[in-house]
Write a protein that binds this ligand. Structure first.
Ligand SMILES: C[S@@+](CC[C@H](N)C(=O)[O-])C[C@H]1O[C@@H](n2cnc3c(N)ncnc32)[C@H](O)[C@@H]1O
Length: 266
């Protein structure tokens, strides 16, 4: 935590928790939807096919904060058990719940009780009996070891102070042969010094992000195999507190990543 404006991991997690509870998961200043000057239309996240989002409540679409679409690569099958780390208001959990029917279950875990309340309300609206929302932290998920077929996450792990701990927890939870399919932000190179001291820059998925190479190394160190990290340019704006010079310095280095890996089969 040397260069960070937080005295401990707990202080950082509490800041992130408060930030998303007070601003909303997708409020324009909250996260990857970024640019305060632009209004975010429902379903604006271009990572999902419009047919996939049809029939979902507009409020749910407007409330999501994605930086990719983990479900595109998760290849969910009926009967599978899925877990979304940092599910927010539940978009990916609810989409996953449909895909694993019949017989499967989609769990979402988040530390934001306000977001979880909304997620539960959408679940009821959609009549999805096989979606479950859990209150907790992604570093210590209240589920048994080797109980999950597929772990997904969308724009969350960059926010964690100790990413290795989160990936170890994912490894614990996955069944042998289970899949990890993440969408996240990555940052190649160092952020400008002023932003390193700006707590909102961590909360908006910028300064907590690590490089693609660091992600690969961490996943391999934890024991994951067949690691793939694919980068794409981001489709979100700049947080309003990032000035022109900093934007220029960060251009092309703050990216969207699709990250996939397997836990080895027993
Ligand atoms: C950028 S939002 C993404 C929400 C959701 N995945 C989506 O795509 O709409 C980040 C979410 O991660 C949650 N989060 C961040 N760090 C967490 C942690 N350590 N444990 C549990 N939830 C966390 C926040 O509460 C917030 O809901």
């Amino acid at each position: 935590m040397a260069d960070m404006p937080f005295t401990s991991e707990e202080a950082l997690r509490s800041f992130i928790q408060r930030y998303y509870q007070e601003n909303g998961v997708s409020s324009a200043v909250a996260c990857c939807s970024g640019d305060e000057s632009q209004e975010r239309a429902p379903g604006q996240c271009t990572c999902y096919a419009p047919e996939q989002l049809k029939s979902l409540p507009a409020e749910l679409l407007a409330g999501a904060c994605c930086c990719g679409n983990p479900l595109k690569y998760a290849q969910l099958k009926p009967g599978e058990i899925v877990l979304d780390l940092g599910c927010g208001t539940g978009l990916d959990v609810l989409l996953a719940a449909r895909q694993v029917q019949p017989g499967g279950v989609a769990y979402g875990v988040d530390m934001n009780e306000v977001a979880l309340g909304r997620a539960e309300q959408y679940r009821r609206q959609l009549g999805l009996e096989n979606a479950r929302f859990l209150h907790g932290i992604i570093e210590a998920v209240p589920l048994p070891s080797e109980s999950i077929d597929v772990i997904i996450s969308n724009c969350v792990i960059n926010l964690a102070p100790d990413k290795e701990r989160v990936l170890r927890e994912a490894y614990r939870l996955l069944k042998p042969g289970g899949r990890l399919v993440l969408a996240d932000t990555v940052l190649e190179g160092e952020p400008p010094a002023r932003l390193q001291r700006e707590p909102r820059a961590w909360a908006t998925c910028l300064t907590g992000a690590i490089s693609a190479a660091a992600y690969r190394e961490l996943l391999a160190a934890v024991g994951f195999q067949e690691v793939v990290v694919e980068l794409a340019s981001r489709d979100w704006g700049w947080p309003p507190f990032v000035n022109q010079e900093e934007r220029h310095r960060l251009e092309g280095r703050w990216l969207s990543a699709s990250i996939r890996a397997h836990k080895p089969s027993a």
